[in-house]
Each structure stands twice: as C-alpha cells, then as structure tokens.
Design a protein. Structure first.
Length: 94
C-alpha cells in the first residue's frame, strides 16, 4: 500500500485495460479507491477508471453516474475524465 507505487500500478491497469469497460476491473478499482487512505492511489484509480471508458458511451453511463455521486471529490474529478474519454473520437455529444 505504498502511495507512489499504488498510483503507478493504477495508471498501468488503466492503460492496459483502456476502452475495455470490463466490469470486474471497474469494480476492483472502485473498491480499492474507496478502501485506501492514500490520495495518490485514489487519483490513480479514478483516472484508470476513466481510461476503461474510452469510446464506450453506453457502457460508461452507469460508472460515470456512480463516480459523480461519490462522496470522494477525487472520484468525482475522475468522472469528468470518464465523460471526456467515453465520448472521445465518437462524433457523439454527451
């Protein structure tokens, strides 16, 4: 549970799973982000969650709503990135 290594690991998971919208990965990242006390790890998880929504408009909606309504401001911040990435390159409007 080292902050810098945890943040880097979360970014790596996000990059590996970019655009997958894999429900297991999403649930694991959300659970870990809510469980840890390190803001760096929460930030890494939030951005990794956003990366999984890349070009997945419909699949991303429930995750985006869940993140927007979270009590943690860092996860709400990640929801903004998730909106941007979900619609990136799709020629659709949010």
């Amino acid at each position: 549970d080292t902050a810098v290594a945890g943040e880097a690991a979360a970014y790596a998971i996000g990059l590996v799973m970019v655009g997958s919208a894999d429900s297991k990965v999403i649930s694991e990242l959300l659970a870990y982000a809510r469980d840890t006390q390190h803001e760096k790890i929460v930030r890494g998880c939030a951005l990794a969650l956003a990366m999984t929504t890349f070009r997945r408009e419909e699949e991303a909606e429930s995750l985006i709503q869940q993140m927007l309504l979270d009590k943690d401001p860092i996860l709400r911040y990640g929801a903004c990135f998730a909106i941007a990435l979900a619609y990136a390159g799709t020629s659709q409007n949010a």
